[in-house]
Design a protein around this ligand. Sequence first.
Ligand code: SAH
Ligand code: DHB
Ligand code: MG
Length: 230
Amino acid sequence: MANDNTELTYLQQQQRTRHQIEEGIISAFAPEDEALRNALTSARAAGLPEIQISPIQGKLLQLLAAACNARNILEIGALGGYSGIWLARALPTGGRLITLEINLEHAAIVRNSFEKAGISDRAEVRVGKALDLLPHLQSEAPFDLVFIDADKPPYPQYLQWALRLTRPGSIIVADNCIRGGKAFLPPQDEAMAGIVELNRRIASDPRLVSLLLAMDDDYTDGFAIAVVKH
Ligand code: SAH
Ligand code: DHB
Ligand code: MG
């Protein structure tokens, strides 16, 4: 009993520490402004699921965009436009973000949030099933950065399209590739099957240098990140 209490106190302390670290990083490196907060508020008011990336992930996307000199960015899965705002803000003058979204109501909120964030001149939502829209993007390729964050079963196909639509030096990022460790177990559903297969391919493709980074949900989920080699 005494031991259980000691362990509980220790775990609570550890969680508080992790939370403080996260808050410290966010306030120093990835603070949200009015436009980002507005995107979240509008999405919540419309009843959208709160499954957007974290501020730290948003800043990492910006860092990766800077690292590959991104002028042309593709996102698969827009939700309420939160990650899109982070991405569009990493673009230089004349840069473009295309974000693909299947849900018309989500797309309407995205357009509104982009408008309020002042990025409508460079950020565009295309409505439809990503697998139907992707073949039409070949004339607008190459993309310097591709962010995959839509439905999980077709993750391997999204990776395949990302490889077709990028260039050497481009960066490909996929969200939710750890899933509390489920990504390392035999998949129990279609969603996990998609994630497991994307991880297998992104780790072993000779054209890529890649890594999984646990950085979300108390370090139990996160990005798969790959650079297309020269
Ligand atoms: N990137 C967003 C979160 C995306 S959530 C952010 O971090 O802010 C996933 C989104 O993908 C949802 O809005 C969902 O409607 C959309 N989606 C699901 N299946 C899709 C498909 N087949 N094609 C395009 N979008 C899809
Ligand atoms: C889910 C999807 C996401 O893209 C995410 O970041 C978190 C959760 C989901 O479908 O549950
Ligand atoms: Mg996600």
